[in-house]
Design a protein around this ligand. Structure first.
Ligand code: HEC
Length: 536
């Protein structure tokens, strides 16, 4: 063992050694940015941690040794609104589930068209994401609710963090950090050159949770990175334009790649006001793509399909279907909060959300998870899966299927997590083409989330079209593929035009369209949220 390696080994060891006494060492973690009076007593970590309100409270994390073991692959100990929480890269409730899966193994499935192990893998991710990892002021939080948002990443990338008391950044993160679907304002470019990537504004969009029989078509979204992805983005300062410019000047054509256990998510919520008329809240239930018209978006306002949530009781005998035509509520189309991954907005989180969304959100309002995009860096093209709430999760509509639903690992999903359908895009066409030098041929692979992409019409995809086999011209959201669109994500400094949004076709990762750009390792968030580096 040569001495130059010692610091690295030491750094790893300080995460991992579960020896008696070793826990007396203060463990690393982002909690140190916003907690003080940090102490280790036996197997417990105690600290005074700042809440969203600015107040501090004492918090204790028990079983520190087990935590250090769980976070050895670049996990974290975080401060979530004044609470210490142990944050692994991804919980693995099923010990037989392998994450990250070796790239060669995944590719063997992808390139030989083996769907069943891919379905199981993607459900294994879901089981991990939805697993409780701790509590925040007594309420259980699931893994995905604790992950780091881009604004926190940008704050933590700052060269000189302001002192703890003078701080202004969003470090003590709320469990709900939501915004309206972003209308692409590029940080480095005037907006307006490209169609906004958000469904056409629905009538009730300005009044989420409007108390009427009209289904609530408003959605709120968030983007978050798991601890290894966040750490990678922070340490390389990937959200700074100066970093990207410097890499380009040095001849790089892409960002330093994320580690294989990096995960990025985009959860989608609806907010149920705590006082819905008669306790009934109505939102559009995905009816499947069959009623969509060609060459137009098919957003929630066009679905003509309703689902009712009875919030007057937490539990009840749930239905299993949408109300097609929105004719009226019956037991068959009525559901309860226990059918949804949801959380009650706390007093402090309500103040935070009201400021961020510029509309009143009250303590006690209920945020229900309606869908979630998930991508992992397990392979070069990332793995792409998306989940959405489904009235009949055993027989969900396309782009999911009963076969996909049949692969859910029921033993590792609670009743709420079982209520979601899944669609995937592990390749852009079928059979899968090689990552470089392949052909744009085969059958299209459509993978989208009804609540996120279905509303996109041809205007979103107007800047690039490459018909599959020369004939299949996918031009709407219900003909889109996560991988095709995210493959286009690259920083394109002027005078190059911004990279276009794409629907579904095959494109080599070395396509000439990328000349003069810096590929962002499939991240659109980095390209769209890029910030000017503050003066060092
Ligand atoms: C037409 C282009 C397009 C399609 C199709 C698309 N996305 Fe995205 N995605 C974006 C853009 C742009 C952003 C960043 C802005 C934002 O937050 O919405 C984004 C953000 C994300 C993020 C947050 C992290 C990141 O990389 O920026 C995830 C995760 C994600 N998408 C997953 C998916 C999945 C899974 C699918 C398919 C089911 C999908 N996307 C389909 C354009 C697309």
């Amino acid at each position: 063992m040569t001495s130059y390696r010692t610091p690295i080994l030491f750094a790893l060891a300080s995460w991992a050694i579960p020896l008696p006494g070793a826990a007396q060492v203060i463990p690393h973690g982002s909690y140190q940015l916003s907690c003080t009076h940090i102490m280790v007593h036996g197997d417990s970590l105690k600290a005074s941690c700042r809440k969203l309100s600015g107040n501090h409270q004492m918090s204790t994390l028990d079983k520190v040794d087990a935590c250090l073991n769980a976070i050895r692959q670049y996990g974290d100990i975080g401060n979530i609104d004044g609470n210490l929480v142990c944050l692994p890269d991804l919980p693995r409730p099923n010990p037989a589930f392998v994450f990250p899966k070796p790239e060669t193994q995944l590719n063997q499935w992808i390139f030989s068209g083996k769907e069943s192990p891919i379905h199981q893998h993607a459900w294994g991710l879901w089981a991990g994401l939805t697993q409780p990892v701790g509590t925040v002021d007594g309420a259980a939080v699931r893994a995905f609710e604790t992950w780091t948002t881009p604004s926190s990443i940008i704050f933590r990338s700052a060269p000189q963090r302001p002192r703890e008391d003078g701080k202004r950044g969003p470090i003590p993160r709320p469990t709900l950090d939501l915004h309206r679907p972003r209308q692409f304002q590029h940080g480095h470019r005037r907006p307006g050159k490209k169609a906004p990537l958000a469904p056409a504004a629905a009538p009730s969009a300005e009044r989420p949770g409007a108390p009427s029989a009209a289904p609530d078509t408003a959605i709120l979204v968030s983007v978050a990175y798991n601890p290894p992805a966040a750490q990678h983005a922070i340490s390389h300062r990937l959200f700074y334009e100066s970093t990207l410019k410097q890499l380009m000047a040095q001849g790089y054509t892409e960002l330093p790649n994320f580690p294989t256990n990096a995960i990025a998510i985009k959860p989608v919520y609806k907010i149920i006001p705590k006082h819905s008329p008669r306790g009934i809240y109505t939102f559009p239930g995905w009816p499947g793509p069959d009623a969509a018209k060609p060459d137009t978006g098919f957003g929630e306002a066009d679905w003509n399909s309703c689902v009712y949530v009875d919030t007057s009781r937490p539990l009840g005998i749930s239905g299993n279907s949408n109300d097609i035509g929105c004719k009226g509520r019956t037991p068959a189309n009525t559901f309860y909060l226990s059918d949804f991954i949801h959380s009650r907005v706390t007093h402090d989180n309500a103040a935070f959300l009201s400021a961020q969304l510029n509309r009143p959100v009250s303590a006690g309002d209920i945020a229900i998870l309606i869908g979630m995009h998930v991508t992992t860096r397990e392979n070069r093209m990332w793995t792409w899966q998306t989940y959405w709430w489904s009235a009949n999760a055993d027989r969900p509509f396309a782009p999911s299927s009963a076969t996909i639903a049949g692969a859910r690992p029921m033993a590792y999903l609670d009743s709420a997590s079982r209520h979601y359908a899944m669609a995937l895009a592990y390749s852009t066409v079928s059979p899968a083409q090689p990552i470089t030098g392949g052909k744009n041929v085969g059958a299209p692979v459509y993978g989208y989330n009804p609540y996120l992409e279905a509303g996109f019409g041809p205007e979103v995809f107007a800047d690039i079209s490459r018909p599959i086999n020369g004939t299949i011209n996918a031009n709407t959201g219900i003909q889109s593929n996560c991988m095709t669109c995210h493959n286009m994500a690259a920083y394109a400094p002027e005078p190059k035009p911004m990279m276009p949004y794409a629907s579904d076709f095959y494109m080599s990762i070395t396509d000439p369209i990328f000349d003069g750009t810096l590929r962002s390792d499939f991240s659109w968030t980095i390209v769209d949220m890029i910030v000017k580096t503050p003066a060092d």
